[in-house]
Design a protein around this ligand. Structure first.
Ligand SMILES: Nc1ncnc2c1ncn2[C@@H]1O[C@H](COP(=O)(O)OP(=O)(O)OP(=O)(O)O)[C@@H](O)[C@H]1O
Length: 485
């Protein structure tokens, strides 16, 4: 092959074929591997071999520092590469990096800004030598550079060299972006795999929580991480996302699992009977108190007290609860002395408590006491990959319960996986129960589901309605429960 830098009289046709050969070689390499290092090395090599653009080099910034250094080069010694370190704005290289603009120096001997730092002038050919510095747009707004020397008097047009460098700089930038995306996806996959492995190892201790999606495994990992502490946990999530299931799981995973788990549905407690229900009373404390009654808080002593729908507590009751939390004691109605209690409080809410605080309906001091560890439960739409395994789980549960043998076809499963499920897992569970009860044949298709559920789930208005619900992060549980089957 003729050395393109040794002869000035090649034809335009010759240069076209050299360019094509360069691009074909680079693209073939890209197709073979996505290793940006070897592709960059080949680019600087071919620029010299095929186009006579010598001593080409590619630079980008060091992680955690302001210096740019040569990463790949062709025709530079190890010492020259090591010297190729620049700050933004330093010399021609640093200026092109700083301004993100192409710089062409027609004659380096006439350019006072040209540093000659990496390659000393005496190592370059005599006569006029040009220098081209072309920025590379890298991911995350970073910038890199491809630069090379060029002998001035050549038959090849400067504009053709610039076009080739532009193409190669775009290619390198896009390869780096792709590489970064692949690396990020690999990282996410590794993380998910690690969570899956962890989940598999502990599959016997999953507390009946079904699913292997990343959002679910992450909450499970968080739950196990905080299970041993006694700090109050706040479970936030839309209705039907499994808050009670997680509260029980937290209790089971803790050292309190030999003691009681007491659930109080705060939405169902009447304001006037709250004190009696929660704190209990002594015989004779009031006219109808014919015997001593141990309140729910005391029943949970040593174990876990689960305050479900805590946002529904009346303000007067919030004051009493706060007092109990601050003192760590309860006093039964009619009792002379307070009694120490040892509890872990787990609260759950499907309402945005901060909004309730803003509206004056929830005490901020109680909020901070209860949500020392907030855990957010994902909606079913945030973990659609769990829908098939949940559906099969509920199918086998209800098949057993109703002594049936119903299964779902792929089309039926895919219909379930595509639905929005505004009522989350509870709604899915209820739908499967309805299907098992009403099915007239064993294997159900998507149109069977439409028929059995009487279009309550899958019709257009339901879709629109559920989308609107999805856009509201929290809903009153009372409202949503009415919408479930
Ligand atoms: N990951 C899950 N695996 C298995 N079953 C689940 C899961 N999540 C929820 N469920 C089931 O869905 C139903 C609703 O769950 P749960 O009552 O815990 O939800 P919730 O968030 O407390 O609802 P609400 O706010 O309306 O009280 C229950 O039958 C529960 O067992």
């Amino acid at each position: 092959m003729a050395r393109p830098d040794s002869d000035d009289n090649f034809s335009a046709e010759f240069w076209r074929s050299q360019e094509m050969l360069l691009l074909r070689s680079v693209i073939t390499l890209v197709g073979r591997k996505l290793d940006t290092g070897s592709i960059c090395r080949e680019i600087v090599h071919l620029l010299s071999e095929l186009l006579g653009l010598n001593r080409a080099r590619i630079l980008w910034r060091d992680l955690d520092s302001l210096t740019y250094r040569i990463r790949h080069a062709y025709g530079l010694t190890a010492q020259e590469i090591a010297r190729g370190v620049y700050l933004e704005g330093e010399g021609i290289t640093g200026t092109a990096l700083k301004n993100k603009h192409l710089i062409i120096i027609q004659d380096i001997d006439e350019e006072p800004l040209f540093l000659g730092r990496a390659v000393k002038r005496e190592h370059l050919p005599e006569g006029k030598v040009a220098f081209i510095a072309m920025p590379i747009q890298l991911p995350r707004n970073e910038v890199g550079l491809i630069a090379c020397h060029r002998l001035r008097h050549r038959s090849r047009n400067l504009s053709d060299d610039i076009t080739m460098l532009q193409i190669l700089s775009t290619l390198i930038g896009q390869l780096m972006a792709l590489h970064e995306r692949v690396e990020e996806e690999k990282r996410v996959l590794h993380e998910h795999n690690a969570l899956l492995e962890q989940a598999l190892e502990k599959s016997s201790s999953r507390y009946g929580i079904i699913g292997t999606s990343r959002p679910l495994l992450r909450v499970l990992a968080d739950l196990e991480g905080v299970a041993t502490s006694s700090s109050p946990v706040m479970l936030e999530g839309q209705p039907g996302t499994g808050k009670e299931l997680f509260a029980r799981a937290l209790h089971m995973a803790s050292s309190r699992n030999g003691s009681p788990f007491v659930r109080i549905n705060c939405a169902a407690v009447l304001e006037r009977s709250f004190e009696q229900e929660f704190f209990g009373y002594e015989r004779g404390a009031f006219p109808t108190a014919r015997s001593r009654h141990v309140g729910q808080i005391e029943q949970a002593d040593g174990g876990t007290l689960f305050l479900d729908e805590v946002g529904e507590l009346p303000l007067s009751v919030q004051v009493l609860l706060l007092h109990m939390l601050e003192q760590g004691t309860i006093t039964r109605l009619g009792a002379a002395n307070p009694k120490k209690v040892n509890l872990r409080i787990v609260s759950a809410t499907s309402t945005d408590l901060k909004k309730l605080i803003g509206a004056g309906r929830f005490r901020y001091d109680l909020f901070y006491r209860l949500s020392v560890i907030p855990l957010h439960l994902p909606t079913l739409q945030e973990r659609t990959e769990d829908i098939p395994v949940l559906s099969n789980h509920f199918l086998s549960q209800f098949n057993q319960k109703y002594e049936r043998n119903i299964s779902l076809s792929a089309s039926a499963m895919s219909l379930l996986a595509r639905h929005n499920w505004p009522g989350n897992v509870r709604q899915l569970r209820n739908a499967i129960e309805t299907v098992v009860l009403l099915a007239q044949k064993t294997t159900l298709t998507s149109s069977d589901l439409h028929g059995l559920l009487k279009d309550r789930t899958f019709n257009r208005s339901a879709e629109i309605h559920s989308t609107a619900l999805q856009n509201r992060p929290y809903l009153s549980p009372r409202l949503t429960r009415r919408r479930n089957w």
